[in-house]
Ligand binder design. Structure first.
Ligand SMILES: CC(C)(COP(=O)(O)OP(=O)(O)OC[C@H]1O[C@@H](n2cnc3c(N)ncnc32)[C@H](O)[C@@H]1OP(=O)(O)O)[C@@H](O)C(=O)NCCC(=O)NCCS
Length: 188
């Protein structure tokens, strides 16, 4: 069992909680294999548009099952409305995927999912979170900048050999002042 999963298991009963202050009846929880299809379909429609489909159901399923990856979903009463997949390395974590259904965008779900994972990463001893996004995705870039991420590099042809990636990072330890947070605080 990895340190990351231990961190979650340390707070049983706190994995299914209503998000505070969101205008919709949305809850956040760890993903299960039952969420694979919705996550993969959202990835294809919202993230990989025009690039082919690399985050297939099989790949999403492997990530959900991996002890080194945490996948979080936001759900309304009927379906998954947002998700994030983060890989946990030794010193840094990598935010592999993040998406929110269009009808739910700009309601704070994306921010909440990222902060949820950041709190988990801090507990797991992670110093830095990195991610890549398509250079043409200006909306996502502004979103990440709003959350404290900054560009640290560019990788030409990163996406299917046709689109540059912008690499962004955030030093979550530096951003965190004071004692380590209680990971449960975001779930209340
Ligand atoms: C990027 C994305 C995840 C943002 O999620 P969201 O739930 O809509 O974002 P939030 O409502 O949590 O917004 C958080 C902050 O980012 C800002 N923001 C969000 N979308 C923005 C946009 N299109 N342009 C500028 N700023 C934006 C918000 O203004 C907000 O700041 P504020 O609270 O100070 O006003 C969502 O738009 C999305 O799924 N896009 C398609 C997939 C994608 O591009 N994923 C990221 C690359 S993998």
């Amino acid at each position: 069992m990895s340190l990351r999963h231990d961190a979650w298991r340390a707070c049983p009963g706190h994995r299914f909680r209503r998000i505070k202050l969101l205008p919709t009846d949305v809850t956040v929880r760890l993903a299960t294999l039952a969420d694979v299809s919705e996550i993969a379909d959202m990835s294809r429609a919202l993230i990989e548009t025009g690039l082919g489909w690399t985050w297939t159901r099989e790949r999403v399923g492997r990530n959900i099952a991996s002890p080194n990856t945490v996948t979080v979903v936001a759900c309304d009463l009927e379906r998954v409305v947002g998700f994030a997949i983060m890989y946990f390395g030794d010193d840094h974590a990598h935010l592999s995927l993040l998406a929110v259904r269009r009808s739910y965008q700009h309601t704070g779900i994306g921010r909440h999912l990222v902060r949820w994972l950041e709190e988990s990463a801090l507990v797991a001893g992670i110093a830095t979170i990195r991610l890549e996004l398509r250079a043409g995705n200006r909306a996502a870039r502004r979103f990440y900048e709003r959350l404290g991420f900054a560009e640290v590099g560019r990788i030409p042809d990163y996406y299917a050999g046709v689109e540059t990636a912008v690499r962004m990072a955030r030093d979550i330890r530096r951003a965190q002042s004071g004692p380590l947070p209680d990971v449960r605080s975001l779930l209340r």
